[in-house]
Design a protein around this ligand. Structure first.
Ligand SMILES: CC(C)(COP(=O)(O)OP(=O)(O)OC[C@H]1O[C@@H](n2cnc3c(N)ncnc32)[C@H](O)[C@@H]1OP(=O)(O)O)[C@@H](O)C(=O)NCCC(=O)NCCS
Length: 422
């Protein structure tokens, strides 16, 4: 990146009245073909970025058509955590990236990525994660798809749980989303602590889930509805968020935005409450994980139809020894792997070992038994794909016995579940 381009972090203390805020946010709004932000939208952005302790990376420049030095590229991220099967691991969540079309393909994204990943590693973060708008951008930076989703469509007329499947006792009430303000943090954190692959929610998620912000309404949410479940002791132990699609759509459909309950039997109670709503023929959930447990628990599993999948979370390993030490291993074994990493963070030959739930990654002089690139390791990290499956795609190479050992080393007892996208 050459002068007059300059990279820096926009301070979160930048005064509210500074035009730098609108300048910064508009790089994203423009990049994603949205209208310029309203004053309310800008204020909301300032609030949630400050709450998150975000890193507002930007590239500024000057030249014809620019009123002084202006931001032409931006890269917003925030510290968060990921459940890697053994507690929560510090990670960098990359929220939004955009470069003005007039400054594209000059290496600005690559420069911002390097700056932020270096800084994350220097701050002791072993992992970085993001949501991609295109599948071809982030592999070169070492990110691999770590959790897939397969949207589901549920027929309410065929929705009955098998008699042997427990559904939580207690009661359901439909409440304004703002009701969640006192319960949201406890429940989302408990859900994250329960599920491997779950990424921590940010303040923006809080604003959205409690109805304080909806980007489609450019203000408070008007269409978001909420169901909460109360335990027999009266404690709120789960919630579901949903939006009716309206009368024009046939069959009449409700889009389920989120079902968050650390206990699966409470999730079932919430699903049943939504399926029991009069007039509703379909419940659609976009954020459903492969192997979603709902279908198997119904008398008629065909009531749930799985649609084509998507990939909301990508993972980048920045510090292999630290990330390995913080990952819970359900499998056991030892294998020497050669990892290719164009950015250098994890490249080299490593002995990966796991025993009794604990893993280590140590540099090794032994001959590698398997070879893969760091983005492929990211895809294996939460168990979304096994080494054996990835070998079938030509992404893990080596003797079959070594590939199988690598598969068993990274095997997980439960598939990853993540409710947050960024
Ligand atoms: C995607 C975007 C951020 C790329 O910014 P950029 O500054 O042009 O990227 P760079 O110049 O640093 O390019 C780095 C590499 O990525 C490649 N690349 C960039 N954008 C790409 C895309 N959309 N698809 C595939 N490859 C892409 C470049 O060809 C280059 O490849 P190379 O390293 O082999 O030469 C920019 O095009 C953009 O703002 N797009 C609209 C918003 C968007 O999609 N943001 C990403 C949201 S997840």
């Amino acid at each position: 990146m050459e002068a007059p381009y300059r990279y820096d972090l926009m301070p979160l203390e930048t005064p509210d009245e500074s035009p730098a805020w609108a300048d910064y946010l508009d790089v994203f709004r423009f990049g994603f073909l949205q209208t310029a932000a309203t004053d309310e939208g800008l204020a909301t952005y300032r609030t949630h970025r400050r709450q998150d302790g975000a890193w507002l990376g930007r590239v500024t420049t000057e030249g014809p058509g620019l009123d002084g030095r202006r931001a032409v590229a931006a890269f917003a991220s925030a510290p968060s955590t990921i459940n890697c099967g053994r507690g929560l691991v510090d990670a960098l969540v990359i929220n939004t990236v955009a470069v003005r079309p007039s400054h594209r393909r000059r290496g600005l994204l690559s420069h911002m990525m390097r700056q932020q990943l270096d800084a994350a590693r220097d701050h002791g973060r072993a992992l970085a994660t993001l949501t991609a708008s295109e599948a071809t951008i982030y592999g070169r930076y070492g990110f691999g798809v770590s959790t897939h989703v397969h949207p589901i469509e549920v027929r309410t007329d065929r929705f009955t749980f098998r008699p042997d499947v427990p559904v939580a006792a207690g009661s359901i009430e439909f409440v304004p989303p703002a009701f969640l303000k006192d319960h949201w943090q406890r429940l989302t954190r408990a859900h994250q602590a329960r599920h491997r692959g779950a990424v921590g929610h940010l303040h923006g998620h809080f604003l959205i889930d409690t109805g304080q912000w909806d980007s489609r309404d450019n203000g408070p949410a008007r269409s978001l509805r909420c169901a909460v479940h109360f335990s027999p002791a009266g404690e709120v132990d789960g919630f579901a968020l949903f939006t009716p699609n309206g009368w024009d759509e046939e069959p009449i459909t409700v889009t389920v935005r989120k079902v968050c309950a650390p206990d699966e039997s409470v999730s079932r109670a919430l699903w049943r409450a939504m399926a029991d709503m009069d007039l509703v023929e379909r419940l659609n959930l976009d954020f459903s994980m492969p192997g979603d447990p709902l279908a198997a628990s119904l008398t008629d599993p065909w009531a749930v139809r799985t649609k084509e999948g998507d990939d909301p979370a990508w993972l980048r390993i920045l510090d292999l020894p630290s990330a390995t030490a913080q990952r819970g291993f359900d499998g056991e074994g030892s294998v020497v792997v050669e990892i290719a990493d164009a950015m250098g963070y994890c490249s080299g030959v490593w002995r990966l070992q796991a025993h009794d739930g604990h893993g280590t990654a140590e540099r090794s002089d032994d001959a590698p038994e398997a070879a893969l690139s760091v983005d492929v390791l990211g895809t294996m990290w939460h168990g979304d794909r096994t080494a054996a499956e990835l070998a079938l795609s030509g992404l893990v190479r080596g003797e079959r016995s070594a590939v199988m050992r690598l598969s068993r080393l990274f095997q997980v007892d439960e598939r990853p579940i993540n409710l947050a996208s960024f």
